[in-house]
Design a protein around this ligand. Structure first.
Ligand code: CA
Length: 662
C-alpha cells in the first residue's frame, strides 16, 4: 500500500487512538511487562467496553468501502510494526486496534493494582495506577483521615498540621458525591502576626487517580472554589482538588481582613511560595489516606495570582507536578504591586496628571498607529509586539516621541474637559504616558537578574484598574488636606511588605532609596521570574495564556518573561513541554471586544473576540495521552473562531487569520 493512499485515509480519531495505544505500550515495555496481550484480554474481557462492533462478515468488501487486502496477506496484519514509524494503520486493523487498546489499558490496570508498579519516565517508581477507584461515606471518616499530619511530612517548615473531621457530601444535580477535608497548618513563628494556612481537599467518590491544586486570586486570603468554577466540574472529571487561603485570612466576602500579617516575613513567604509546597504535601497525605494510594497525575491550575502560583511551583517544586496551566499570571508580583504607585508618583506634579477626559484620545491614537499592523483594520490590535515597540520609548531612537501627533499646540491644552478622541495631550501628560507604556528600569536588578518591569501595552483600556484616575491623593500637588491615601488591590505589598507599615503613604516610595535591600528580598520571595523551566520540563507540561489588554496583571512583564524563557532554554526545547499563548486585546478575564472605532476612525459594530478554550482538557490530553496542543489552536466566541498563537506569533490577516511572527 503506498504512502500516498495512507495519507488520504488519515483520520484524527485514528491518530488519537494510535497515540494512546503507543503510550500504553511504551509504559508496559518500560515496566518490563512481557505477558502477551491475549492473556490480559482473557483476564479483562468481561469488563471491556464495546468500543466498536466487529466488521459484518456478511458485507462484501465493496460494501464496506475499504481498499482490497494486500496480495499474499495472511489476514493477520502486524499493525504494531506499521505503527512504529509514521503510523497509519490499515482500516481493516482498526477494530482490532481498538480492541487491543482496551486490552492494553486493562493490562495497565492489572499491573497497577497487582503485580507491579510502573516506573515513570524519570526512572523513579510512580505510584500504583488505579483508574476508576471509588470511595463511599465509610472512607470519609476520622478513623480513615486522621486528625493530624506529622510536621516532618511537610517539606517546608511548619509547626503542626491538624485535620478537621471530614464531611461527606451526597451527589446533587451540580456536584458528584465527594468527601471534603479541612485542615490548618500552623506557622513556626509564634507571634500574633503569623497566621495559619487553612486548606481543603475535595475527594470525589469516583476518582481517576488525578489530583489538582487550584491557585488563588487577588491577594488571596480565602480557599479557592475547589469545584473548578470556569474550569468546569473538576470533580466530575475524577479529579481530587485542593487549595488553601495561602496563609492569611481576608474578611467575610472579599472584604480586607486584618493587615498585621503584611509585616510578618513567614506570612509573606507563605504567600510567595511556601504555602504551595506545604498545602501540596498535606493534601497528598490526605489523598493517600482516603484512596490508599497517591495520585497518578498531579496538576496545578490557576489564574492571575493563581497563575503566578502555577509558574512558581513549576520553578520551585518541579518534581511535584505533571502539568501546570496558568492563565494571566502575575509574573513579577513584587513590582506589580508597586507599579500603580510609580504612576501616581510620576503624577505628583499636577502638570503630569492624565485625567479620564483623555481616555478616548489615547485609545484612538493606539488604534490609529497599530490597528492595521496585523493586516486588517478592524478595531483589534493583533500585532502587539510591533505596537508595543512604537510606544515603548526604551526601544528605537533616543528621545523620540510616539505621541507627537497628539501634542497640544505650544503645550497649551485649549480644552482640558474635551473627552473626544480629538483631545490633545500636554508635555507633562505625554511624559506620564511614556512611563505607563515603556519598560520601567530598576535602580538595581531584582531576583533572577530582572532589570525592568514591562508595565502596560497600548490597547483599548487605558484607564482600566485605576491606571488613569480623576482623584488627587495625599502627597500629590493640589491634593486637599483630607485627600485620601492612594490605594489599589496590591497596595499592602508596598505599605506592609515593603515599608513595614500598612498605614504608610505608598507615594513616599523612592526608587533606589533606603528600601532597596527589602525590594530585592521581596522579589526573591514573591516573583515567579525564573526563566529556567528545564527541570520542570523533564516531567511536566505547561500551558500559559495571557491577554494584551490586561490592566490588572502586566502584559509587558508577562511578555518579557516569555522572552526570557525563550532566551534561556531555546525555542525548540521549550516547545517540547510548554505553550505560551497570547490572545490580543482581551483583558484579565481573557475576554474582550473589538474597539468601536477602527484605525481609520470609522465607527464599526462591536463583537466579542474569540478566546474560549478548555485548558484543563488540553493539559490532561498532553500529560496523560501525549497529545501536544498545537502552537496555533482555535479559540471561540459563539460560532466565531480565531487561532490562538504561541508567543511571539500573533494572528495575522491575509484573507484569513493565521499565526505569524511578523
Ligand atoms: Ca487589526
Amino acid at each position: 500500500m503506498s504512502a500516498g493512499s495512507h495519507t488520504e485515509r488519515r483520520d484524527p480519531h485514528i491518530d488519537d487512538t494510535v497515540r494512546v495505544l503507543k503510550n500504553v505500550r511504551s509504559r508496559l515495555l518500560d515496566a518490563n511487562v512481557k505477558v502477551p496481550i491475549r492473556r490480559f484480554l482473557a483476564l479483562c474481557d468481561k469488563d471491556q467496553p464495546n468500543l466498536e462492533p466487529p466488521p459484518d462478515p456478511a458485507k462484501t468488501q465493496a460494501e464496506r468501502q475499504l481498499p482490497p487486502s494486500k496480495p499474499g496477506s495472511s489476514g493477520r496484519r502486524p499493525f504494531w510494526r506499521e505503527c512504529d514509524a509514521d503510523c497509519v494503520p490499515d482500516p481493516y486493523m482498526i477494530p482490532r486496534l481498538r480492541r487491543t487498546l482496551a486490552a492494553a489499558t486493562c493490562a495497565w490496570l492489572v499491573c497497577g493494582t497487582g503485580a507491579a508498579q510502573l516506573p515513570s519516565r524519570t526512572g523513579t517508581l510512580a505510584p500504583e495506577i488505579v483508574v476508576g477507584k471509588t470511595i463511599s461515606e465509610i472512607e470519609c471518616a476520622v478513623a480513615v483521615v486522621g486528625t493530624t499530619i506529622p510536621s516532618s511530612s511537610i517539606n517546608e517548615p511548619v509547626s503542626a498540621v491538624t485535620l478537621s473531621p471530614p464531611r461527606w457530601n451526597a451527589a446533587t444535580d451540580a456536584t458528584p458525591a465527594h468527601c471534603a477535608v479541612d485542615g490548618a497548618i500552623a506557622p513556626i513563628d509564634q507571634s500574633g502576626s503569623a497566621k495559619p494556612i487553612n486548606f481543603r481537599v475535595m475527594l470525589p467518590a469516583s476518582w481517576m487517580a488525578r489530583a489538582m491544586q487550584l491557585g488563588g486570586g487577588g491577594m488571596n486570603g480565602t480557599i479557592p472554589n475547589l469545584l473548578g468554577g470556569a474550569d468546569g466540574p473538576l470533580l466530575r472529571r475524577g479529579i481530587a482538588t485542593y487549595g488553601s487561603d495561602s496563609g492569611h485570612q481576608s474578611g467575610p466576602g472579599f472584604a480586607p481582613g486584618p493587615t498585621d500579617w503584611t509585616t510578618n516575613d513567614e506570612a509573606i513567604k507563605n504567600l510567595g511560595y511556601m504555602q504551595l509546597k506545604k498545602t501540596h504535601d498535606a493534601a497528598m497525605i490526605v489523598i493517600e489516606r482516603v484512596y490508599r494510594q497517591r495520585p497518578r497525575f498531579t496538576y496545578f491550575v490557576g489564574t492571575s495570582q493563581g497563575g503566578r502560583e502555577g509558574l512558581t511551583v513549576a520553578q520551585r517544586y518541579p518534581e511535584d507536578y505533571d502539568g501546570v496551566a496558568a492563565n494571566v499570571p502575575i509574573v513579577n508580583f513584587s513590582t506589580l504591586m508597586l507599579a500603580p504607585e510609580l504612576i501616581r508618583i510620576q503624577e505628583k506634579p499636577i502638570a503630569n496628571w492624565v485625567t479620564r477626559a483623555k481616555v478616548n484620545a489615547i485609545r484612538g491614537e493606539f488604534m490609529r498607529q497599530c490597528d492595521a499592523l496585523d493586516g486588517l483594520t478592524d478595531g483589534v490590535i493583533n500585532n502587539y509586539m510591533a505596537c508595543r515597540a512604537r510606544f515603548d520609548v526604551t526601544e528605537g531612537a533616543k528621545d523620540r516621541n510616539p505621541w507627537e501627533a497628539k501634542r497640544c499646540p505650544n503645550n497649551v491644552d485649549p480644552n482640558a474637559g474635551d473627552t473626544s478622541s480629538n483631545a490633545c495631550l500636554t508635555d507633562g501628560q505625554i511624559a506620564t504616558l511614556k512611563v505607563v507604556y515603556s519598560r520601567y528600569r530598576f535602580a538595581t536588578p531584582l531576583a533572577n537578574g530582572v532589570r525592568t518591569f514591562g508595565m502596560w501595552l497600548p490597547n483599548t483600556d487605558p484607564s482600566g484598574s485605576g491606571l488613569i484616575v480623576d482623584t488627587r491623593f495625599r502627597g500629590q500637588d493640589g491634593a486637599a488636606d483630607n485627600a485620601p491615601m492612594h490605594a489599589h488591590l496590591g497596595v499592602l505589598g508596598v505599605t506592609g511588605f515593603l515599608m513595614g507599615n500598612p498605614q504608610a503613604n505608598p507615594l513616599d516610595y523612592v526608587e533606589g532609596g533606603p528600601l532597596e535591600n527589602r525590594r530585592r528580598q521581596l522579589s526573591e520571595w514573591l516573583d515567579s521570574t525564573d526563566p529556567d523551566l528545564l527541570r520542570f520540563g523533564r516531567r511536566g507540561k505547561l500551558i500559559v495564556a495571557i491577554g494584551t489588554d490586561d490592566t490588572l496583571a502586566s502584559p509587558g512583564a508577562q511578555l518579557d518573561y516569555y522572552q526570557s524563557v525563550v532566551d534561556r532554554i531555546g525555542r525548540e526545547r521549550l516547545d517540547a513541554f510548554a505553550r505560551l499563548f497570547v490572545i490580543p486585546q482581551v483583558g484579565h478575564s481573557l475576554r474582550g471586544n473589538n474597539y468601536s472605532v477602527d484605525g481609520n476612525g470609522r465607527t464599526i459594530p462591536v463583537a466579542p473576540i474569540p478566546s474560549a478554550f478548555d485548558r484543563v482538557q488540553l493539559l490532561i490530553d498532553w500529560v496523560e495521552r501525549g497529545i501536544a496542543p498545537g502552537k496555533s489552536i482555535p479559540v471561540t466566541a459563539g460560532d466565531k473562531s480565531m487561532p490562538m498563537c504561541s508567543y511571539p506569533m500573533f494572528p495575522k490577516y491575509a484573507g484569513s487569520f493565521a499565526c505569524s511572527e511578523r
